[in-house]
Each structure stands twice: as structure tokens, then as C-alpha cells.
Design a protein around this ligand. Structure first.
Ligand SMILES: [Zn+2]
Length: 342
């Protein structure tokens, strides 16, 4: 789990993913047939098949949520806005880190209960006592990310920041290592940017690849704890086969085939319905003249916090599914033409 640990601990707020990309690049170099980095910063890694199959785009995002400095108060406190969906209460009195290594503690202008998840009510205390002091370390527009060390928990579970979606990045790297090129599909392992601010990287990457099939590999919330979400997802109950994603309708045949793939290979799985949020599948789905999509998910408890929890057994089930599914034969014509004369 050393690589997963390194990936989670890397700094990579949306739009600033280079530290994460650097780790991934080193890992995939020996295994890829072709690697391309586009203008947005997506890393597009191709492992060729035998030319008889489909183009499959697997997508996992490198970016993480964070905060951006909007104002520096005269007493040195930094005011911020959110980058992606941030829970104000989960950050309260915890620490954040800027790209240059500056550490700050998150406070609130008034009782945190009254902030009602408004990140605008928070401030960051980097230890400076005046604006002039603060500006020696941090400027308006700078981004900071969470601090959340990687800890093994009981029963093979893991705790860290940024499993969303560094766990997906880890899965793609490990899946690539298992792909010996002896399969018919061209598999694109795409490490995307800017998912947390609207699945932007996946959009341009899909445009470039023009895949036949798109699969986002991302976390999905656990529902087995008190939260504002309802559902059946549970950490440790197997890889999630995505059945519901508000941002994209999953292709019926691809989903059926994925469920069958789990059954036939005895891969533990759960049916994942996520009723809020979205994944890169949404952007792939609507790229070009349309792409069939489905999703593979990793159930994550306390997502979008510094201390999210996943299970190693789910991780390995997900890896198995990615490996087996991308080796399958897919048979569908695109587009289907109906000729009036016949
Ligand atoms: Zn995600």
C-alpha cells in the first residue's frame, strides 16, 4: 500500500495536479505503449490491444478538493472560498497546507454551528499577526489542501485524505501493470484533472480519444452511518458496480455485462446507487457524438473529509473487475443504421 499512501499524501487541488501527475508518470512509464499529456494536464496512458477490439477509456481523477484565499484580513487571517464540495464543519480546527508548504489552522468567524456549511465564514490562521506578515507566506489566489495522514485501521481498512480519487489512480496504475497487451481492446488509462470542479479534464480527454466505452473509476459514499444521504452502499461489501449516477445514465448493456463479469469471476460486488454528485462518466458520455458509459466505484466512508475510510478488500475486488472487464469482447455497432430500402 506504499504507492497508495504516496498518492493520497501528494498535494493536488483541482487545477494544480502536477505533484500527483509526476508520481503517476514514473509508475506508468515502464508499462505504457504511449503517454500523452494534454493542455489541461490530463495524463493519457495507452496500452494497445491487437486492433480487433474497442477503445476503452478508464478515467480516475488526480485532483482533490480544497480552498482558495480570497482576502487577507489586517490581523493576518486568510478568508477563503471552496474549490469543489467542502464540508465547513469537518475542516473546523483542523489544519490545511498550501502548495509552498505553509500550514494553517482553520477557524470560524463565530460558532461553527452557525456557519451552516458556509466556507465563507471560515478563516485560516497561519500564525501571522498582520496582513504584511501573512503575505510573506501566502497571497490572494493561493490554494490549500487538507492534511490527512494515511493510517491502517482494523480489519484491513484504511484511513486518509484524498482516497477520492487517488484510490482510483492507484487502481488504474495497478490495472495497467496487469495488462500484458494480449487482449483485443485498446485500453486508455486516463488520469484526469479538475473533476471536483465539474469533470472538466475528462471532457477534453474523451474528445481526444474518441472512445467506444467510457468507465469512470471513482469513490462513492458509504450509506451505513448517519448522514444526509440514503442508500445501501457499505465499505467492505465489495466493488461497487455503478447503477445510479445523477450526472450520467449508465449504459444498460455495459452494466449488465459488468454484473455478469463479477458473477462469473466470483468478484465480490455491490450495486451502487449514488443519488447526489457525479463522476467523469458524465463528461465522457456527452463527448463527441456520444459515448456509452458505466462506472466502477469504491465505497468511501466520510468522503470529502481529511479522514475518509475505505477497505483493502474492496480495492482488490475493484482491481480484479477492471482487469477482467477490459479484457472482454464487446460487440456493438456504432452507429446503428436503419436503411429504408431493405
Ligand atoms: Zn471523486
Amino acid at each position: 500500500m506504499e504507492l497508495l499512501k504516496r498518492l493520497t499524501q501528494a498535494w493536488g487541488v483541482s487545477g494544480r495536479e502536477k505533484e500527483v501527475r509526476q508520481i503517476i508518470l514514473q509508475e506508468v512509464l515502464p508499462y505504457a505503449d504511449q503517454i500523452r499529456q494534454d493542455a489541461l494536464g490530463n495524463l493519457i496512458v495507452l496500452k494497445k490491444g491487437n486492433g480487433q477490439g474497442k477503445r476503452i477509456m478508464l478515467s480516475a481523477h488526480m485532483d482533490e478538493i480544497g480552498l482558495q484565499v480570497t482576502k487577507i484580513e489586517s490581523d493576518g487571517r486568510l478568508r477563503v472560498c471552496k474549490v469543489g464540495w467542502v464540508w465547513a464543519a469537518s475542516l473546523y480546527n483542523d489544519k490545511v497546507v498550501f502548495q509552498n508548504g505553509t500550514i494553517g489552522v482553520v477557524g470560524c468567524c463565530g460558532p461553527i454551528e452557525e456557519a451552516k456549511n458556509d466556507v465563507g465564514k471560515l478563516y485560516i490562521d497561519i500564525g501571522a499577526a498582520s496582513r504584511e506578515e501573512a503575505e510573506k507566506y501566502v497571497k490572494i489566489g493561493d490554494y490549500c489542501g487538507f492534511i490527512g495522514p494515511f493510517y491502517p485501521l482494523a480489519e484491513g481498512r484504511l484511513c486518509s485524505k484524498s482516497f477520492d480519487d487517488r484510490a482510483g489512480c492507484w487502481l488504474l496504475i495497478e490495472a495497467l501493470k496487469r495488462n500484458d497487451g494480449n487482449r483485443e481492446n485498446d485500453v486508455y488509462y486516463v488520469f484526469t484533472v479538475q473533476e471536483e470542479v465539474g469533470c472538466r479534464g475528462a471532457q477534453t480527454a474523451a474528445q481526444l480519444i474518441s472512445p467506444d466505452i467510457g468507465i469512470s473509476i471513482d469513490v462513492t459514499p458509504d450509506h451505513a452511518y448517519p448522514s444526509d444521504l440514503e442508500g445501501a452502499n457499505a465499505v467492505g461489501a465489495g466493488v461497487g458496480v455503478k447503477l445510479g449516477d445523477p450526472s450520467a445514465m449508465l449504459d444498460e448493456e455495459l452494466v449488465e455485462k459488468m454484473l455478469r463479469c463479477c458473477e462469473e469471476n466470483h468478484i465480490p460486488y455491490q450495486r451502487d446507487v449514488m443519488d447526489r454528485g457525479g463522476t467523469d462518466s458524465s463528461s465522457i458520455n456527452r463527448s463527441g457524438s456520444g459515448v456509452r458509459v458505466c462506472g466502477i466505484s469504491l465505497v468511501d466512508r466520510y468522503p470529502h473529509s481529511q479522514s475518509s475510510v475505505i477497505s483493502q478488500s474492496d480495492l482488490y475486488a475493484a482491481l480484479e473487475l477492471i482487469d477482467k472487464y477490459t479484457a472482454l469482447h464487446f460487440d456493438f455497432p456504432v452507429p446503428i443504421l436503419y436503411d429504408k430500402t431493405t
